[in-house]
Write a protein that binds this ligand. Sequence first.
Ligand code: GYE
Length: 305
Amino acid sequence: AGVAIAEVPKLEQKDKYKVGFAQTESNNPWRIAQTNSMKAEAEKLGFQLVYTDAAGSAAKQVADVNSMIAQGVDVIFLAPREEKPLIPAVMAAKKAGIPVILLDRSVDPSLAKAGEDYLTFIGSNFVEEGKRVAEWLAKNANGKSKIIELEGTTGSSPANDRKKGFDEAIKAAGGFEIVASQTGDFARDKGRQVAEALLQAHPDADVIYAHNDEMAIGAIAALEAAGKVPGKDVLVLSIDGGKEAVQAVVDGKIAAVVECNPRFGPKAFETMMRYAKGEKIDPMIINDDKFYDASNAAAELANAY
Ligand code: GYE
């Protein structure tokens, strides 16, 4: 075996940086809020931002990172679409001497390590998010027990971990059954279509757990089209906490949402500059997530992205 360099490339201290941000897709309000937050912070600091949008393709995202390397950026912020396919991009940046900071999604921990191959992961604890949804359900199910799970993008860290956290906690709670679990790719219309098919196959399902707001909103459309009343016949649960979903909680259509905050800009750039100063950076920087249900949604609506 060759000699692996167990160190993240250094970052020089400078007044102005050229920074890459490799976004994964822009098909939902969460992604747009994240991009806007990154752009606003770069502008505030007077840094040049090289922004790319992989449009839902891991292969394009790898190419985007390679192009940033060729353009000589100082640092790369990467929101890896899936855990495994983005490993070559992380390794290529390391080899080129460019530190990588993972934003909001992670890569396979057996293939790339924080503090060695990339600097750190900044984002939510997705296992915990799924667990919080399950624990809320266990307390507030009112006899409902047959769950349809709409998974996020296959192979992405939030889909893997939101499933793990929820499934384990719901099993531990006892009395529930996940009757179907299928991907809706974190997308509204895919979520609607998958929910429609699964509701036909499992007409007795009375809970829908969606790994993000977009699929939950799609599922609400599927329920209404099937003549069911969301919030009454079927409890809908979600993660993200964007305005539209928090409004749906106010309206009684979504029962509860765990927030996943997309406003990464300030923390992302602050972390990068602390690293340049020579500070030690934690391998994981975990965001605090709020929780919305009927008890606080109206009051929190104005704060939602
Ligand atoms: O929940 C979803 C987005 O990676 C945490 O990706 C993020 C997720 C978020 O497209 O809406």
